[in-house]
Design a protein around this ligand. Sequence first.
Ligand code: NAP
Length: 255
Amino acid sequence: MQRLENCTAVVTGASSGIGNSIAARFGREGANVVVADVRREPKLDDKRSVFDKLEECGADSLFVETDVTDETAVEAAVDAAVDEFGGLDILVNNAGIYYQYEAHETPTEDYDAITDVNLRGTFLCSKAAIPELKNSDNAKIINLSSIFGLVGGGSSAAYCASKGGVTNLTRQMALDYAEDEINVNALAPGIIKTAQNVEWRENDPEILADWEEKTPWPRFGDPEDVADAAVFLASDESDFITGDILSVDGGWTAQ
Ligand code: NAP
């Protein structure tokens, strides 16, 4: 028995990086997967798109071009999942963007963009999905917070503000929907090797050294590390876990 058999999942930002791995992993566990992203092709030079991976494991999938900051588009993505697969069980609020600035140097439009995608997007997608999730026997919301949603760091004022918001939105939604048996949890990844940070990893030795020093485990994370944790939070193995923020950070926040 696969762990997500008969489940339908919407994963936002699933064409690239962590979302791509989560979507592919969900497919391997038997889920139908709706990829809700602004793009179809992965950002890095990954030859295999999420759809190649989903096809390989025989999962049913659907691409819905979705900007998570657009309420109408988000509602359309949830409707498409229900129309195609007959319901919705799992929402992964993964779409996110990251810029590095100290607070006083942050262009206000970048602050707005980061909080719009990371926090408001999580809110809008949850709002659209919850009425459908209430009809599911395995209703799960998994939000992508971050180590920077738990502690400060990295000259990332706007990002920390947005992910701190995601952390506490997770806790409050867990309380609001416990009666409905919708589990709401978050993942807080550390440094995961994706397009989001490739520029710094490859071209900024100072930041690279700082990240290495703050990661006790002797490597950075791979998207698959986060996908493994997401499968657990999406499956019935986590039924009594709600409002939790699960760190996947090689020990960054243990210090
Ligand atoms: P990524 O490789 O940049 O992938 C993010 C995907 O989301 C891209 O396909 C991106 O498309 C899409 N996207 C961006 N804005 C969107 C929007 N408004 N609506 C729908 N899709 C949108 O990022 P990642 O590293 O996998 O990060 C995934 C999540 O994990 C994010 O929430 C991130 O903050 C969080 N996280 C990442 C790390 C890390 O080290 N990588 C650590 C902690 C937390 P475009 O690029 O075309 O915009």
